[in-house]
Design a protein around this ligand. Structure first.
Ligand SMILES: [Fe+2]
Length: 370
């Protein structure tokens, strides 16, 4: 196994601590005086947005944009881009869950790009440098603050895929656990299982290296040990631990990529309108069964780190987080499309076992079993 990949990109600066979100405007002043702040609904509802805007350094002009919610679409990105350009923004910040961060990230990356967002969503390289991007997660799960891709859905073609470019890496990340106190329990569960899946898929990826393994295994133990307590609200430090774990998982999979769970999660999520982390969580035990042989000694390594057999651990965690399969007993829609998209996915190509159409069909059968 290689120690490092051929190339990796990390965020330039990361600030960690309770209340650090309030440092965002002063930190962003280094990128320019005009900023655009994209955020989710809860930021305004809990008064954080008002406090931030009250504390702007003199001469700073910040426009705000609230994401209406739901999975981020190219049409959302186009509206955000239009606003950022009209405002003549020098930097873009995202404070929110994965959807808000992905939209803000893509907006910063494509700010000076000459073609339509759809062209880059279809894989074209970004020709022009973008703006500085600052990421402040308010959920612990997607790891978007640590990666160079923005997952967006083209609602016209129903294709959910990434705009991916090194230029999308955040210049600034702020990990403030106090922002997680407003996270709904269901989001804690879904996002937490997304992070756990990302850590495990990176750890068992065929592109894993020593550094991604260090990050991934630590992420698995942090999330594994604290997610249930975070969900139940029984331990005040649990949120911080899961937030750290989610960040490490993001850094890890940015380096090592993912696996078949993320390959199948996109088409299933789009077709059945199930949140990404929910799909990942319920797919994970079946994928682990499918991959068990190809994972080699890593299965035992993770089991030892978690203090329990990996498969048992995942099934127990899903029970504790009240995450039954949303697919159970339903008809499989557009099976051929799901199989084709899963086999072709960038994530699937990194799976430890080479995934065939028959493997995807087996996964679907297990997921949709009555
Ligand atoms: Fe994910």
């Amino acid at each position: 196994m290689n120690v490092l990949p051929e190339k990796f990109v990390f965020p330039e600066r990361t600030l960690i601590g309770t209340g650090r979100v309030m440092d965002l405007p002063a930190e962003c002043a280094r990128y320019g005086r005009r900023g655009l702040l994209a955020h989710g609904r809860s930021l305004a509802a809990h008064g954080i947005l008002a406090s931030l805007l009250k504390g702007l350094p003199s001469g700073m002009a910040v426009a705000t944009w609230e994401h209406a919610g739901g999975e981020p679409a190219l049409s959302d990105l186009d509206r955000l881009l239009e606003m950022a350009r009209k405002h003549r923004a020098d930097w873009i910040a995202g404070i929110g869950g994965g959807s808000v961060l992905d939209l803000a990230k893509a907006c910063a990356g494509l700010f000076n790009a000459p073609q339509s967002s759809e062209v880059y969503h279809n894989g074209a390289a970004i020709e022009t440098p973008g703006l500085a991007f600052a990421a402040v997660p308010t959920t612990a799960g997607t790891g978007s603050e640590a990666t160079v891709n923005a997952v967006l859905t083209n609602t016209a073609t129903r294709q959910k895929k990434s705009i991916r470019d090194d230029a999308l890496m955040a210049r600034l990340v702020i990990l403030d656990p106090s922002l997680l106190q407003y996270c709904p329990r269901q989001v804690i569960a879904h996002a937490g299982m997304d992070a756990f899946t990302q850590a495990l898929e990176a750890f068992t990826s065929r592109h894993a290296v020593w550094l991604s393994d260090c990050l991934g295994l630590k992420a698995l133990t942090l999330i594994g040990a604290h997610l249930e307590a975070f969900y139940r609200g029984t331990d005040p430090v649990a949120a911080e631990r899961v937030l750290m774990g989610s960040y490490l998982a993001g850094l890890s999979f940015a380096m090592a990529r993912l696996g078949v769970v993320h390959g199948i999660a996109h088409p299933l999520g789009v077709l059945y309108h199930v949140p990404h982390g929910y799909v990942c969580g319920v797919c994970l035990p079946h994928a682990v069964e499918l991959n068990r042989e190809a994972m080699g000694g890593k299965y035992e390594q993770v089991s030892r780190a978690l203090g329990r057999d990996l498969l048992e651990f995942i099934r127990h965690l899903l029970d504790e987080l009240d995450m039954p399969s949303p697919f159970r007993g339903k008809p499989i829609m557009e099976k051929g499309t799901i199989i084709r998209d899963t086999v072709a996915a960038w994530s699937t190509k990194a799976n430890p076992k080479t995934i065939t159409p028959a493997d995807v069909e087996w996964l679907l059968t297990r997921l949709f079993l009555p």
